[in-house]
Design a protein around this ligand. Structure first.
Ligand SMILES: C[S@@+](CC[C@H](N)C(=O)[O-])C[C@H]1O[C@@H](n2cnc3c(N)ncnc32)[C@H](O)[C@@H]1O
Length: 227
């Protein structure tokens, strides 16, 4: 999915499969759990979602805020302009008109964010960190930390044999695209142990994060305040 030359129907199908995975394998729930205290405490929040792909999380963020009486404005960025086009189409269908203006997607590089310090309240990245080499991962954490006033929230995969076997089997049973059948298990292999995340956060110079495990085989790493 990081191949910018990939622009055809395979990309759209892979983004749809990812949406299923985020919905049914605990992706949304993990981020919502970590954000809940902040949504309860604030009447408005600006959230940046990097490596946003099809923008899956953006309507969720806006809705979670709406339900908690917090006006969330959600900005997604992705390096692939074709992916951004699919994401914008998704926002048009996923959000009702009154909430649609609260979400947008821009083309941009998560490793050199085109925003000033503290431009957002929360920096979020889901299923993105494991795509990066160590040095890039540190840069991502530093960039997200720089632009996020309250802190950052990373949502990513637990490297575990059951997670590998699970996604290998499910992606075939559900006839996911060949790309997702290949990338899903590979992504788990590139996922994290708790100690990997602790080391990355320390190397990036972040405040000591809270790292929490969620079903199904997800981690959240958060520097957001809890109270
Ligand atoms: C696996 S997708 C994750 C999509 C979404 N966050 C989700 O959870 O469904 C990773 C995305 O990161 C994007 N990407 C890769 N390198 C990037 C970069 N340097 N800056 C922004 N986006 C990037 C890819 O184009 C791809 O859409």
């Amino acid at each position: 999915m990081d191949d910018l030359s990939l622009t055809d129907e395979r990309l759209r199908t892979a983004l749809q499969n990812l949406r299923w995975i985020n919905r049914w394998l605990g992706g949304y729930r993990a981020s919502r759990t970590a954000l809940a205290p902040l949504l309860q405490r604030h009447s408005s929040l600006r959230v940046l979602d990097v490596g946003t792909g099809g923008g899956d999380y953006l309507p969720q963020l806006v809705r979670w805020g709406h339900e908690a009486h917090c006006r969330v404005t959600a900005v997604g960025i992705d390096l692939n302009p074709v992916t951004v086009g699919h994401g914008r189409d998704w926002l048009d269908t996923a959000l009702p008109a009154p909430l649609r203006a609260q979400a947008k997607i821009e083309v941009g590089d998560a490793l050199a964010l085109p925003y000033p310090n503290d431009a957002f309240d929360v920096g979020h990245a889901a299923l993105f960190l494991h795509h990066l080499y160590d040095e890039e991962a540190r840069t991502l954490l530093q960039e997200l930390h720089r632009v996020s006033r309250h802190g950052l929230l990373i949502n990513d995969l637990h490297r575990h044999p059951w997670a590998y076997a699970g996604i290998w089997t499910l992606s075939r049973l559900l006839s996911f695209s060949p790309m997702v059948q290949h990338d899903g298990p590979l992504s788990v292999r590139r996922g994290f142990q708790r100690s990997d995340l602790q080391a990355l956060a320390a190397e990036a110079g972040l405040p000591v994060p809270r790292i929490r495990w969620h079903w199904a085989f997800r981690w959240t790493l958060s520097t957001l305040p809890v109270a």
